[in-house]
Ligand binder design. Structure first.
Ligand SMILES: NC(=O)c1ccc[n+]([C@@H]2O[C@H](COP(=O)([O-])OP(=O)(O)OC[C@H]3O[C@@H](n4cnc5c(N)ncnc54)[C@H](O)[C@@H]3O)[C@@H](O)[C@H]2O)c1
Length: 253
């Protein structure tokens, strides 16, 4: 018997990386998962491998798309219990010199996307008798790095939004938490190593991660925490931001 038997979940940005691993982890615990991504083919491929659920192409920054995603879950699977707002992007640029359009592109997906999941999935989950929302924030919500100012600001706002949602939805029995991963081994990080190294780091980027975190985290490790927060074992957890970074945040050296 799985921890999430009979639960229906949506996961945004689940075509690869952390979202894919979260979808797989939820499904492994018995949840019926709607795998959503802006990349329809990627979502379909993940969903086919999982079996049992469905896929739905949606841009997490689009109000129309997120509304349709929630409706799809209810129409196709009869209910919605778990929503994981995972879709996110990073744009590498110093704050000074960055265009407002580039700044807004990041916040429109990373922050608006979380707001829209709360806005549209929240009432449906509450109507079903309680459930959970898990927002994928980042360690950058708590500590900065050069070049990722728009990203870090969006993630700090996700933690704040998580707190407000937790309070507002508590009486409806909906718990809302955030996960703040450190550096996880996904394409998002791989694609940005060269930009960080161009800053003139004291050592290669991979060595810096090893020094700070011990190693890269894996998407599967984020998936395990998502299962915990989505399921009954975290029954008294709400409004919290869970750091998952191999101890990086705990260290001053
Ligand atoms: N990888 C890390 O080190 C790390 C650390 C902390 C937080 N995060 C967060 O985890 C989440 C997933 O990151 P990842 O590392 O798996 O990234 P990734 O780039 O590997 O995957 C992101 C997925 O989101 C999808 N996506 C992009 N824009 C979208 C949109 N507008 N609507 C719907 N889907 C969209 C992509 O198609 C892709 O499948 C993001 O919110 C990211 O900020 C990642």
């Amino acid at each position: 018997m799985g921890q999430l038997d009979s639960k229906v979940a949506i996961v945004t940005g689940a075509g690869q990386g952390i979202g894919k691993a979260v979808a797989e982890a939820l499904a492994a615990e018995g949840a019926t998962v709607v795998v959503s991504d802006i990349n329809a083919d990627a979502a379909q491929a993940v969903s086919s491998a999982l079996g049992g659920g469905s896929s739905f192409a949606a841009d997490a920054s689009s109000e129309e798309d997120v509304q349709a995603l929630v409706q799809h879950a209810v129409d196709t699977h009869g209910r919605l219990d778990i929503a994981v707002a995972n879709a996110g992007i990073a744009h590498m640029a110093p704050l000074v010199g960055q265009s407002l359009a580039d700044f807004r592109k990041v916040t429109s997906i990373n922050l608006d996307g979380v707001f829209l999941v709360t806005r549209y999935a929240g009432p449906v989950i509450a109507g079903g008798g309680g459930g959970t929302i898990v927002n994928i924030a980042s360690i950058t919500s708590q500590a900065a790095a050069p070049l990722i100012g728009s990203y870090a600001a969006s993630k700090a706002a996700v933690v704040s939004l998580t707190q407000t949602a937790a309070i507002e939805l508590r009486d409806a029995g909906v718990r809302v938490n955030a996960i703040c991963p450190g550096f996880i081994d996904t394409q998002l990080v791989v694609d940005r190593k060269a930009d960080f190294e161009a800053l003139g780091l004291p050592m290669p980027f991979d060595d810096l991660i090893a020094a700070k975190q011990g190693r890269y985290g894996t998407p599967e490790e984020v998936g395990k925490l998502a299962v915990f927060l989505a399921g009954p074992r975290s029954s008294f957890s709400s409004g919290s931001a869970y750091v998952l970074d191999g101890g990086a945040r705990a260290s001053v050296l």
